[in-house]
Design a protein around this ligand. Structure first.
Ligand SMILES: C[S@@+](CC[C@H](N)C(=O)[O-])C[C@H]1O[C@@H](n2cnc3c(N)ncnc32)[C@H](O)[C@@H]1O
Length: 296
């Protein structure tokens, strides 16, 4: 039994360190893709997991395409070597729609497999993958008018993946909210948003009736009952963890960005993973940061 894990671009070292801690030298690396023995795990730095990958010798491009088509319709090609050959195999497979989706749309249900070539003559593929999106990267129909920053795409992605979102009238707190991308998403959902940042919100967001803007430090606020807590504050991971521990008795659901800088602090990430009822993921719209999901 094994699984293959795809790192986000630029974060191969992070995924390798996470997996090597569990499987040591048994980890095999193929560019961003890493194969580890044992049951599938959920490493924070894997943007997609290929379940039970199979290796098959192929005689030709046609042969590879035939092997894949015989299994199922939809395949995403990951290419790290033999790029032209991988592209030629992909050309012989049915077209997979990469149409941008609307936020909060139900996740696609058609199985989407992934494949790559390990060398000219060896196909590695899995029909079942953790993400319904190619390489774990959803694309959204963007809103270029409403949100004041592109950070809103991270929140759209997190809420779409978990299939839950604040209901109209629920009270939510958004920490580190300026210029207001996340606050805009939450206000659009009809939630009552307490929006906290030392910096000002974009006036069009601050003026919305759903929004109460507070110009103060996120760390100075005494916790109170909320339906959801959101945080995109730039701070050290340990400082964020102490903050969420204080809010835990008051906030049943939390969505927070763990900001990392320089050398990734793996120890700090593990401390978040250890919080019961939570998980840490790398969203397609995250860069050197992770998304911590609690109670959802
Ligand atoms: C990545 S930006 C947030 C973007 C925001 N989520 C959006 O969608 O527009 C990080 C924010 O954290 C804020 N910040 C940093 N330290 C803070 C603190 N102690 N209290 C509140 N906000 C803080 C910064 O002012 C900055 O606006």
């Amino acid at each position: 039994m094994s699984a293959a894990y795809l790192a986000p671009e630029g974060f191969e070292a992070e995924l390798a360190e996470e997996l090597a801690r569990e499987v040591g030298d048994a980890l095999q690396r193929f560019g961003r893709l890493m194969v580890a023995p044992g049951p599938p795990r959920a490493p924070a730095w894997a943007q997609n997991v290929w379940y039970e990958p199979e290796r098959v010798a192929i005689a030709s491009i046609k042969d590879a395409a035939r092997t894949l088509r015989a299994r199922q319709r939809n395949w995403a090609a990951y290419s790290w070597t033999a790029h032209r050959r991988v592209a030629l195999i992909a050309d012989q497979l049915p077209h997979v729609s990469a149409k941008p989706i609307a936020p909060f749309a139900p996740l696609p249900t058609a199985p989407l497999g992934s494949f790559t070539l390990l060398d000219r003559d060896t196909l590695l593929f899995a029909g079942r993958c953790a993400s319904p999106f190619p390489h774990g990267e959803p694309r959204f129909v963007e809103d270029r008018e409403g949100p004041p920053s592109r950070a809103y795409l991270k929140l759209w992605e997190a809420l779409t993946l978990i299939g839950q979102r604040p209901a109209p009238g629920q009270t939510v707190i958004d920490l580190g909210s300026a210029p207001g991308g996340w606050t805009w998403v939450l206000a659009e959902l009809g939630a009552r948003v307490i929006s906290v940042d030392k910096a000002p919100l974009e006036p069009s967001v601050a003026a919305r009736p759903e929004v109460e803007a507070r110009r103060e430090s996120a760390f100075a606020i005494e916790p109170f009952e909320v339906d959801w807590l959101f945080s995109d504050v730039i701070c050290y991971p340990d400082r964020l963890r102490r903050l969420v521990e204080r809010w835990r008795p008051f906030a049943p659901r939390m969505v927070c960005t763990i900001k990392l800088q320089g050398q990734t602090d793996h120890e700090a990430v593990r401390a978040f993973q250890a919080i019961e009822g939570s998980r840490v993921v790398h969203l397609g719209h995250n860069r050197h940061e992770l998304c911590w999901l609690y109670g959802v």
